[in-house]
Design a protein around this ligand. Structure first.
Ligand code: SAH
Ligand code: SF4
Length: 356
């Protein structure tokens, strides 16, 4: 396993194996997560022989930054190459407008959890090329560390809404969350982390049973099984009723509000009848609804509804007493367009390859 994926107790056992005292674990963690030093040679308070052992065992960098788009006051995207050449992206969303809640001092990172995605939702760029592999816990944690280093920003909120289905990479997700949360690690409060899922019911129940108070967001996108299954094939396996019941359990065990994400797609899921049903479902589990006008994805046909339809949809939810918001940013909201940068770059790589 990578250095960034080891917990304090993993380091302690490793130090015992290396014939080192226990406190070496705390020293190493301080270099990695507080001082943010990767090169083992620079860890001056460790004995030279241990530094050599660690250098041979753990390569210093997991992610290589290859492209950055956006600027300081806007959403910024970071494209990384993994050791096996695969590409992933992370997105940094500035303090205002906030993605979640009203707090304006939030700097949020949207991290990827897999290369590609196997779930094939019909609105999403991440699944267009299928699933390649899971990210390791170290690759998930490293997105945070690298984006802080590259941007010079202090990030205080994490959403697992990038490429991939985090719940389909459950073990690495939980390990990464543990390290991002730990006081000896990155130190982000669990309530400042949101896991977004297309609705893997058994994993929602597993997460509900976990002691960590992480937040849950559901990619909802359809208020009847017909509509939802058309947009999200996973709904055939875990239909709405089962999903709602798992959400109720989550809310009961964590005592926190969850979020329903609902992309508005013209003539597909934007009828006022869908709005009325969605309002009922959201009220049943006390969920907040985030309406997101669909972002056009190259290679996909759908469009967002006209603005007055978006407002009407919002109005129905609000009048029914649902806590609902509509993202009104113009143009393409980058956070929602996760997966698109990688696709663009892969296409241009493919075009370049074709020239050779
Ligand atoms: N696999 C997880 C995490 C990925 S985030 C999940 O499905 O929840 C998926 C979210 O990204 C969607 O719920 C939606 O909010 C956003 N998204 C993806 N493609 C989009 C598009 N074309 N337009 C708007 N939002 C999109
Ligand atoms: Fe995968 Fe989520 Fe995109 Fe669906 S919305 S294809 S589950 S990343």
């Amino acid at each position: 396993m990578e250095a960034l994926a080891l917990t304090k107790s993993d380091w302690e056992s490793l130090m015992t194996e290396c014939g080192q005292p226990n406190y070496r674990a705390a020293q190493i963690l301080e270099w990695l997560f507080q001082k943010r030093i990767r090169s083992w040679e620079e860890m001056k308070n460790l004995p030279a022989s241990l530094r050599e052992t660690l250098a041979a065992k753990f390569p210093p960098h997991l992610l290589q930054s290859i492209r950055e788009t956006g600027s300081r006051d806007t959403t910024r995207k970071f494209l990384f190459r993994l050791h096996d050449g695969q590409l992933i992206e992370s997105v940094l969303i500035p303090a205002s407008p906030a993605l979640y809640g009203d707090a304006s001092d939030r700097r949020t990172i949207c991290v990827s959890s897999q290369v590609g995605c196997a779930y094939g939702c019909k609105f999403c760029a991440s699944g267009l090329d299928g699933w390649k592999r899971n990210l390791t816990a170290g690759e998930i944690v490293d997105q945070f560390l690298q984006v802080e280093a590259l941007s010079g920003e202090k990030i205080n909120n994490i959403v697992f809404m990038g490429m991939g289905e985090p719940m389909a990479n459950y073990e690495n997700l939980i390990r990464a969350i543990g390290i991002l949360n730990a006081s000896w690690g990155v130190g982000i409060g669990a309530r400042h982390m949101t896991v977004s899922t297309s609705g893997l019911v058994p994993r929602i129940r597993d997460l509900a049973a976990q002691p960590l108070q992480v937040r849950l967001a559901i990619s909802f996108h359809g208020a009847t099984d017909d509509v939802r299954s058309l947009i999200m094939p996973v709904n055939r396996k875990y239909p709405i009723e089962e999903l709602l019941s798992a959400c109720e359990d989550y809310v009961r065990s964590k005592k926190q509000k969850i979020t329903f994400e609902y992309i508005l797609i013209r003539d597909i899921n934007d009828s006022l009848e869908q709005a009325r049903l969605l309002a009922r479902q959201a009220r049943r589990v006390g969920a907040k609804v985030n309406l997101i006008p669909y972002n056009t994805v190259e290679g996909l046909e759908w469009e967002r509804p006209a603005e007055d339809r978006q407002e009407e949809f919002l109005d129905i939810l609000r009048r029914a007493g649902t806590d609902a918001t509509l993202r009104r940013e113009k143009g393409h909201d980058i956070a929602a367009a996760c997966g698109q940068l990688r696709l663009q770059v892969e296409k241009s790589f493919a075009a370049a390859d074709a020239l050779h």
